[in-house]
Design a protein around this ligand. Sequence first.
Ligand code: SF4
Length: 601
Amino acid sequence: MSTGATRHTRHTQQDRRAWQLPPVGGNPSSTAQGTSHGSFARAPQIGSPIPFGSPDAPGMPAASEQTAWDFMPPDWKRVGDRWAPPAGFVAVTQLEFARLGSVTPQMRRVAEREPHLTPEAVRDEVAAGRMVIPANPDHLRFHLDPMCIGRAGCTKINANMGASPVASGTGEEVEKLHWAERWGADTVMDLSTGGDLDATREAILRASHVPIGTVPIYSMILGRRIEELDERAVLEALEHQARQGVDYFTIHAGLLREHLPLVQRRLIGIVSRGGALLAKWMIGHGRQNLMYELWDEICQIMRRHDVVHSIGDGLRPGGLADATDDAQLSELAVQGELTARAWRHGCQVMTEGPGHVPFDQIEYNMKLQRRLCHGAPFYVLGPLVTDIFPGYDHITSAIGATAAGYHGASMLCYVTPKEHLGLPKKDDVKQGCIAYKIAAHAADVALGIPGTRDRDDELTRARAALNWERHFELSFDPDTARAFHDEDLDVDTDFCAMCGHDWCSVRISREIQDFASGKDVRYAWDGPRVSAPLSDAQRAILEARGVLEQDELDRLAGKTQRAMGAERGAKAACHSDHVDAEIAHRLQDERLDPLTLEPLG
Ligand code: SF4
């Protein structure tokens, strides 16, 4: 397309460059749209210890050279370049199928959902222990749609929910589950500590399309004091939940008795519920963590049902002042040991991480886990990068979560605005999910995962063309985008109320003949039109904001296209092609009747 003159101009510009780009890795756009060079992350290498990863800052730990292949069950034998299980062996877990070279239906489904991966690549990542597929066969009998967690795939988000002793119940939790799925949760953890735990878990498993995780110690201590917890109660609860179809368990087996002195000088001690309960148990009994001592028996149960380990971080920091301390990192080292032991049992494993971490320490935390846990997927809570914004911790943590995803975490556990303050309600679930979809998506684009920027690019084209309908269709939350737009100007035209007609740089760029901006024929629109009446959801959004008076909301919700003179193909009279600059100015300042162009009411 470019002419010789254009080539010459570009060449000259290149000669004049006063900057040098860092190495460019993958391109998150499938077709290299736009003028950006691509991701500054490392070039992707699926099948290596770092499939997608950030460049290492100085002093970062190198990736482990070991994988799950280095921790095979003792009764498997190496035969040539393959591993052979003992006679009569029947594979159960996705890891075992992968070790045998089999591609399962679950692996195929994962590859369908992550088009940059082949089913064989999924199998190889699972075999290396760098990816897990939480899909308990007993859950697959209902509506579960298999997905993966691993750094070769896109970053996933988890939404926590669950009834507490003082709030909510089974019905409300199932409603929250659907709500979390609606807003993009890739997995959901049922953390119920009140009400009928068994019934709530059962209802959530039957209703969910996403994997369900639990922290089984919560049900183990129902009706008994923590000091009364014994081995039998632990194993029975795990077997029961595994049979119900739970896809992954958080078990805080990495917190050891010898770690407890390291916590004494912390500002906020142990903030993990499971960690605090087990610390109390160890002190009360003068014994080692019974989850650690039962690890082999626990692995046998989880292997039988292909429940994925999510090895808990009972000593995660609860404030910036306690981050990356000896307690946290000592537990992480044990999590690595437990990872290797679980792999020897044929179990799939991910490990959990912090918490509250200053922004500058996040990369180290992610890369140390990658080393100590030999590439097992890292599932982190946040982390929050500041402690002084209760009520806004979905934001403080989404900032940390973006960095965590970029530096190696595979799944981000959401934090809602209610964190530290109370049980999240429906809208908190939505706010938490959206904050974390933003964090995960930003990390994926930064890592250069193929195709992850395609929707951004399409939206940019629609935005450049001032095609508002397409702009909103491509947005993650179309109702909010539409409602916010119509709150000021319920006409889709070639500017919006933010800058107004004369200052609309997008409109001006579109009019410059030399620019491609805004001229994609797929996004051409046939003229301005009054937008459709507000939907119930859009009206609710604007009502909650409280900017418009009731009669204005009634008017926006009650109008019809015909009444407003905006049938398909008809131009609304406020378009700047139709009106002079003076009227355009008035449009941006006040709400006008689109028919008469007189101020409303
Ligand atoms: S008026 Fe401003 S915010 Fe609105 S489309 Fe134009 S440039 Fe963008």
